[in-house]
Design a protein around this ligand. Structure first.
Ligand code: PAD
Ligand code: ZN
Length: 372
């Protein structure tokens, strides 16, 4: 048992409060992690703002890295002392989808309950109230107990912030390109929305050898950053004139439009733009997550007649144990400049301010640093 500091929301739609909580020792199949860094992802903001309802009280954060302090029964003791990145979708390894190798679709993940595999939490308030951990890992905390299948050791030399980003934004964006869509060498690609996820799609497209990478955002500074990550062309989006944005993307790609358009916002209008910009045979890949209940639409005849496709991409089709070390090695080899996504480092107490910046579309990736 130890005391920890964590950013907690009482329930979805409420501001975070920094609380001192009690954290029990890891149980069987669990790992105690000293958190080192945690990214501020728009999915946290969806929960914070009540777009997605989650039970509470709950510790925020799902894009994190740390160092293993202790392991529970049945977990390899060699892990102690290792730097690790955390998966926000700890696989159960026994359900049908896990057995098919599609862990990103696991139906038995403890993440679904924001608790450990046995359905209980290791976190309590001083008065004994149980506190959940977002997606079982609640990374906005000084320490956490997490499922062992969420823990992926990092190679030497990977900075904590880079490991944290591999835990969500990088795996989601790079994986959407190289795993979900399997973009081939020489294809043309557009990315709509250049937050941490969309910028990772840009990096993934560069890694895949796309011949054109068209960066699309309402914010000029984001477009400039995309250029540093491999974007070759850009379109400054006009949200009130989606037809103009579509025409600009098509003109920039040539050949009737980009082979692949990635939507990394989660907005019905930009989802329609992603489909609308496709040439015959093109593929729209939906990466951004909308508020619950939202629908997007497109004209059906040309979609079918032109043999177009739409793919949904969850977690970049990540199998964390295999893909996280690959992304880390690509970073170390200079092929994924993940550190360039980071535009701010902050303390846990500044989280609400970080959410304000993210809500205004002004942040690339802001990283909470947990003091050692
Ligand atoms: P972010 O808020 O950092 O980035 C969104 C970007 O979109 C910003 O740069 C905005 O300026 C830009 N933008 C907003 N409106 C428009 C518009 N109309 N036209 C063009 N650009 C616009 O978010 P993020 O990168 O952290 O996350 C993006 C989405 O991805 C979000 O919905 C998040 O929940 C989702 C996500 N999905 C998965 C998954 O597994 N599919 C994983 C992680 C995050
Ligand atoms: Zn995320």
């Amino acid at each position: 048992m130890r005391e920890i500091r964590a950013a907690v929301i009482p329930s979805s739609g409420h501001p975070t409060v920094i609380e001192t909580l009690r954290l029990a020792d890891p149980g069987p199949g669990e790992v105690l992690v000293r958190m080192t860094s945690s990214g501020v992802c728009h999915s946290d903001l969806h929960v914070r703002d009540g777009h997605w309802v989650r039970p509470g009280p709950i510790v925020m954060g799902h894009e994190g890295a740390g160092a293993v302090e202790a392991v529970g029964l049945g977990v390899d003791p060699e892990l102690v002392g290792h730097a690790v990145a955390l998966s926000w979708y700890a696989p159960c390894l026994v359900c049908r989808e896990c057995q098919r190798g599609r862990q990103w679709l696991c139906s038995g993940s403890p993440a679904l309950q924001h608790a450990q595999l046995d359905g209980t939490t290791r976190l309590t308030r001083a008065d004994g109230t149980p506190v959940l951990a977002y997606l079982s890992i609640g990374t906005m905390a000084s320490y956490q107990v997490v499922p062992a299948t969420a823990v992926v050791p990092m190679p030497d030399g990977v900075p904590a912030e880079v490991a944290a980003l591999i835990g969500c934004g990088v795996s989601t964006g790079v994986g959407a390109v190289v795993k979900t869509a399997e973009v081939p060498f020489g294809a043309t690609v557009a990315v709509i929305g250049l937050g941490g996820v969309g910028l990772s799609c840009v990096m993934g497209a560069a890694l895949a050898g796309a011949s054109k990478i068209i960066a699309v955002d309402v914010n000029r500074a984001k477009i400039d950053l995309a250029g540093e990550l491999g974007a070759t062309n850009w379109v400054l989006a006009e949200p009130d004139e989606p037809g103009k944005t579509i025409a600009a993307i098509r003109a920039s790609a040539g050949d009737g439009g980009p082979d692949f358009v990635f939507e990394a916002i989660g907005n019905p209008s930009t989802i329609a733009q992603a489909v609308g910009a496709l040439p015959p045979g093109g593929t729209a890949v939906l990466v951004g997550l909308t508020k619950y209940g939202q629908q997007a639409s497109f004209e059906a005849f040309p979609f079918v007649d032109g043999g177009r496709r739409i793919l949904g991409s969850n977690y970049g089709s990540a199998v964390a144990a295999i893909d996280f070390p690959r992304y880390a090695e690509a970073y170390l080899a200079g092929r994924l400049p993940i550190d360039k996504l980071i535009d701010r480092r902050l303390d846990l107490t500044e989280l609400e301010d970080a959410f304000d910046r993210l809500r205004a579309g002004q942040a690339a990736r802001q990283m909470v640093m947990h003091p050692g």
